[in-house]
Design a protein around this ligand. Structure first.
Ligand code: ZN
Length: 129
């Protein structure tokens, strides 16, 4: 469910679900980084015009930062997973569960092109940590 409103209208978008996924994630991560950086700058310079003394605004700012951190962590994890899937494809094992070797259903790959585990093994690996 980490879809959001990804920007998919770029003309250079590759016609490949996995590569497209990697590109989308990179775009999202860069956008997030820029926002986070803008936030840091504002905090350091402490411009009175942008930093209000209002407690509600401060809470909102903190919340935004937390949200950004969470989003970035999530995107990094997704990117790492896409990397794994790309490597699996290079080895010719993409579409097969890396754990039990069963074919991953097409509908699962359509929803999550970066999936390298079948639903059962995914669930098991998530339960393991
Ligand atoms: Zn499996």
């Amino acid at each position: 469910m980490a879809q959001g409103n990804a920007m998919t209208s770029e003309p250079s978008t590759p016609d490949d679900a996995l590569a497209r996924r990697a590109q989308d994630l990179e775009t999202l991560r860069q956008a997030e980084e820029e926002t986070a950086f803008a936030g840091d700058q504002r905090e350091v310079t402490g411009e009175p015009s942008t930093v209000s003394q209002h407690p509600a605004d401060t809470a909102d700012f903190m919340y935004q930062r937390e949200l950004q951190q969470t989003t970035q962590n999530l995107l990094e994890r997704e990117q790492a997973q896409v990397e794994v899937a790309l490597r699996a494809r290079e080895r010719g094992t993409y579409g097969k569960c890396q754990d039990c070797g069963q074919a991953i259903p097409a509908e699962r790959l359509a929803a999550r092109p970066e999936a390298t585990l079948c639903v059962d093994c995914q669930r098991r690996s998530e339960g393991a940590h």
